[in-house]
Write a protein that binds this ligand. Structure first.
Ligand SMILES: O=C(O)C(=O)C[C@H](O)[C@H](O)CO
Length: 340
């Protein structure tokens, strides 16, 4: 299996019980998570040598996050320790027509204030097959954006495949700022993951005209994918596609383009959704495993979309599933019966 490195922030998610609102809560559950940490845990579950790179305080609250990574087999040797703050976010789970809500409390976290001297990126990338980051990392702070660039440069020096999940977060930066930082970073990227909204807000691509009811259909993606490929020369452009036409219909599928063929995965109907946070990250984790181990882009995508469909059934950010469980779903052998 391969050495896979991810860079970003792991936070503590503070959530009310069940569907309670923030203001009626007397206690919050602590759930560790963060885009790139979630990807590291996914690939560790698939048997890879996963390394998460970040900075966390030395105190016990920082240790909660380190322990969460170690519990699932992620190597934390390159998590620098120091600074004062672990990023927090509060997440309220919606119900029916009431949407879920996130409030960040992450400014001045240790990773937001980390310095290049906290990391030896050449050592980190040595022997790695894959480096993954997301648009959340450069959005955290200018210093974190600089770290992202240094990590990408080191990855390229060591011949490491680089993937990005564009992951636009409007509470962290504006589209103008995102475009100015993200576009120059695309020259390091081999595999670009993002929906049409991310492509517009992070990279400045305008969606095609055939957007129906606010959702671009699979055909509408072809134009955007072609433009992205032409401009940045990615090896693959990939997107998940949520088809939610009602509160109970949660269609979930994905698309991949290698510059020659568009492949569209099968669609899963996920009902009920237990926790959608981390759904995109579980897709990225599955895609990395798929592209590293499968023969075709189609097989890789089917693995990724099945992995992320399963994530929606699990509480917390992490996709705690094995290769066999994902293969069973992707291969049509999962029937929801008790496994004895
Ligand atoms: O929004 C973020 O910055 C997070 O990393 C929180 C969640 O873990 C992430 O959004 C899941 O993809």
């Amino acid at each position: 299996m391969a050495k896979i490195v991810t860079l970003g922030e792991i936070m503590l998610r503070l959530s009310p019980q069940g569907n309670d609102r923030f203001i009626q809560s007397e206690s919050f559950r602590i759930i560790p998570g963060g885009g790139e940490a979630n990807v590291a845990i996914s690939v560790a579950n698939y048997g890879h040598e996963a390394y998460f790179v970040s900075k966390l305080p030395k105190h016990e609250i920082g240790q909660i996050a380190v322990n969460a990574l170690r519990r699932y087999g992620v190597n934390t040797e390159f998590v620098a320790r120091g600074g004062d703050r672990v990023g927090l976010y509060y997440a309220e789970t919606g119900a029916s027509m009431r949407p879920s809500k996130v409030i960040y409390d992450r400014a001045h976290s240790s990773i937001a204030e980390a310095d290049p001297s906290d990391f030896d990126f050449d050592k980190i990338m040595e022997g790695a097959a894959w480096f993954h980051w997301s648009g959340i990392t450069p959005a955290i702070s200018d210093k974190a954006a600089e770290l992202t660039k240094l990590a990408c440069e080191a990855a390229k020096r060591h011949g490491v495949t680089v993937s990005v999940d564009l992951n636009f977060r409007k509470k962290l930066w504006t589209s103008e700022k995102a475009i100015s930082i993200m576009r120059p970073l695309m020259k390091y990227v081999d595999v670009c993951i993002g929906n049409e909204e991310d492509a517009e807000l992070c990279l400045g691509f305008k969606p095609d005209a055939d957007v129906e009811g606010g959702q671009t259909d699979a055909a509408g993606y072809e134009g955007i994918f072609k433009q992205m490929m032409q401009e940045f020369g990615f090896k693959y452009v990939v997107s998940t596609l949520r088809e939610s036409y009602s509160a109970t219909f949660n269609g979930w599928k994905a698309l991949i383009y290698d510059g020659k063929e568009f492949y569209q995965s099968k669609r899963y109907e996920i009902n009920p959704i237990i926790d959608r946070v981390g759904g995109g990250d579980s897709f990225s984790g599955g895609l990395i495993h798929g592209l590293l181990t499968k023969k075709t882009q189609g097989e890789a995508l089917e693995f990724a979309v099945a992995a992320s469909a399963l994530k929606h059934t699990i509480n917390g950010d992490f996709n705690l599933v094995s290769v066999d469980e994902v293969e069973a779903l992707a291969g049509g052998n999962a029937n929801g019966r008790v496994q004895r």
